[in-house]
Design a protein around this ligand. Structure first.
Ligand SMILES: *Cc1c(COP(=O)(O)O)cnc(C)c1O
Length: 374
């Protein structure tokens, strides 16, 4: 089997052309305006609002602070029903708002929160549902909205993986009360660190903007207890430069995805996660499920690939409900989260970024086939 002579990582960040970035930085120097709703910030906010096809967008210094603010902006308290199959920031954002997360199992097909199991978890203390569009796969947004309407709950989506995901042509940020995006360096579109909240409701946008700026309305009026969630001009400039790379990156990832699917379609026990036809793919991750027929466990495949210089990730292992801060919760009992506990042992994200060439994908797939037979 062929070992790669350099490490192949799960992702590489988009890096814009230095001359383009320098030009934007020169403009920042000239303006002497480094942060606080600067020109670059405002331009990026407008551009992204259009690209993401959402009514209102508000930029943030990172996605986690954005999520903290989303929860507070909607006055969520008590208990919020959420998925254990995500990145820790989702659940931590509830805890940091003194809210008890209530874990709900996931749907085996979409790997998002299972709407059939939400209602049985609602108590008089429940104020909201926090779903995650994991790997850019949308939650069951209509079913969730029905449950929320019937029980007067708010809905927040963690859309950190879902930049530009669409359902039947409608931007993912149009669902629920608020959607969070992350623009961290590992995400398809990034501002080094950064994030945003999308909402359809004008008053919510106003409240979010106030909250991310310490609650300051004007020089003399501080209306609410806010925080510092502002995106600075340098982050925004990198974002603007990265926007120019986005389409090309997406086209490349689309080809890589196809190459993976073609190569892996007949490998027993390797089950690529497929995004349905009516969903616009976010091209954030390429995930496979390693099942029994593969003959080796996911962990064995992960380890073996590493020996050949291919660094995959077990996203999103470990399951959040099994972590020390959460495992004592009643809803964290693995008995009630059987699908999530099973899936988390199967998932493996493979290297996925535009800088890979198709021959490298062939080689990675050959390794997966050969490790199976070894
Ligand atoms: C990346 C990520 C976050 C955190 O976003 P940051 O911008 O890094 O704070 C939250 N949730 C999920 C699901 C993520 O993947």
């Amino acid at each position: 089997m062929k070992k790669f002579d350099k490490p192949i990582y799960i992702t590489r960040p988009l890096l814009p052309d230095r001359t383009a970035v320098n030009k934007l930085f020169d403009e920042i120097w000239q303006s002497q305006w480094l942060t606080n709703q600067g020109q670059k910030h405002n331009k990026l906010e407008m551009d992204l609002q259009e690209i993401l096809d959402v009514p209102y967008l508000s930029l943030f210094n990172n996605g986690t602070i954005a999520l903290l603010v989303a929860i507070k902006a909607l006055d969520l308290t008590g208990e919020v029903i959420t998925t254990p199959f995500t990145f820790p920031a989702t659940t931590h954002a509830l805890e940091w708002n003194n809210i008890n997360p209530v874990f709900c199992d996931i749907d085996e097909n979409t790997l998002t929160i299972d709407p059939k199991k939400i209602e049985q978890l609602i108590t008089p203390k429940t104020t909201g549902i926090l779903g995650v569009h994991v790997y850019g796969m949308p939650c069951h947004v209509d079913l969730i909205q029905n449950i929320a309407n019937q029980n007067e709950l708010k809905v927040i989506y963690d859309g950190a993986h879902a930049f530009n995901s669409e359902i039947n042509g409608i931007g993912i940020g149009n669902y629920g009360d608020i959607t969070m995006y992350s623009f961290h360096a590992t995400k398809l579109f990034h501002t080094i660190e950064g994030g945003a909240l999308a909402t359809k409701i004008a008053e919510t946008k106003t409240r979010i903007d106030l909250m991310k700026n310490f609650g300051i309305q004007n020089e003399e009026e501080i209306l609410i207890t806010g925080i510092n969630g502002k995106m600075n001009e340098f982050q925004a400039a990198v974002g603007l430069a990265n926007l120019d790379l986005l389409n090309k990156e997406r086209v490349k990832r689309k080809k890589i995805l196809k190459q993976y699917l073609d190569n892996l379609k007949d490998v027993p026990g390797v089950d690529p996660f497929i995004i349905p036809e009516n969903i616009e793919h976010s091209y954030q991750y390429f995930m496979i499920r390693v099942k029994e027929e593969y003959g080796k466990s996911r962990d064995e495949l992960h380890r073996s690939l590493k020996e050949y210089n291919v660094f995959t990730r077990k996203y999103f292992f470990p399951l959040i409900s099994n972590l020390p801060p959460y495992k004592h919760l009643e809803s964290a009992d693995p008995e009630n989260l059987q699908v999530a506990n099973k899936i988390v042992e199967e998932v493996l994200c493979l290297p996925f970024y535009g800088g890979l060439d198709l021959m490298e994908i062939d080689d990675i797939c050959d390794l997966i086939k050969e490790i199976r037979e070894s």
